[in-house]
Design a protein around this ligand. Sequence first.
Ligand code: GAR
Length: 194
Amino acid sequence: MKKSNGKIKYNIAVFISGRGSNLKSIVRYSLKNKTLYKVKVVISNKQKATGLLIAKKMRIESYYVDLTKSKKLGKRVLNILRKNDIKLVCLAGFMKILPAYFVKSYKGKIINIHPSLLPKYKGLNTHKRVIENNEKYTGCTIHYVNRFLDSGKIICQRKVKITKKDNKRSIEKKVLKIEHKMYPKIIDKILSNL
Ligand code: GAR
C-alpha cells in the first residue's frame, strides 16, 4: 500500500492473454483520475500478447508466465503478487481457468470481466453464440473468480442492445466500449470497501 498525495493507493495486478485493451483502460483511468489503485504488475500467459507491450510502454512490471501449466509456475506468480503487496487480481482477457490452489490463495480477491450477461454464455465465442440465438441484448459481467468457469458471484453487469444490423465485430466493439468504462470504476469501488 502506498500513499500518493495523501491518498492510499492499493497495488493491483492485471492478468492478460492477448490484446490488452482492458488493461490499457484500467491503467489510463488510474493515471487520469484519483483512483485507489495502481497497476503494479501485469502477468501474461502468452509470450506474444500485445498487452505485454502496453505494459512495457506504460513502465509496468510485467511477466510472461503460464501459471496454469504447473504448480511451480503458479507459486512463482503467487510470490510475485505477495512481494508486490497485491490487494486485487483483475483478469482482463485472461483466457485460462485458474487452478483451485491459486484461487484459494487469493480468495475473494480475484475478479474477472466476461463479455456476456452471465450466467448466459460462459466460455468462448460468446458474441457468435448470442447472434446464433437471436438474442435482443447482450453485455458484460464482472464477477468474483472461483475455480469454475465464469461462475463466481456477480458484482456488476451492463447491457447493450443488439440490432438487426449488428454482427460479431460490431457487438464486440459495443461490449468492449462498456467494459472499458465499467472495469476501472468497479476496481476502485471494490478497493474502497477494503
Ligand atoms: C474482453 O472482451 C473480455 O471481456 C474477454 O476477452 C476480451 C479481452 O479483450 N474475456 C473473456 O472472454 C474471458 N472469458 P482485451 O484483451 O482487449 O482486454
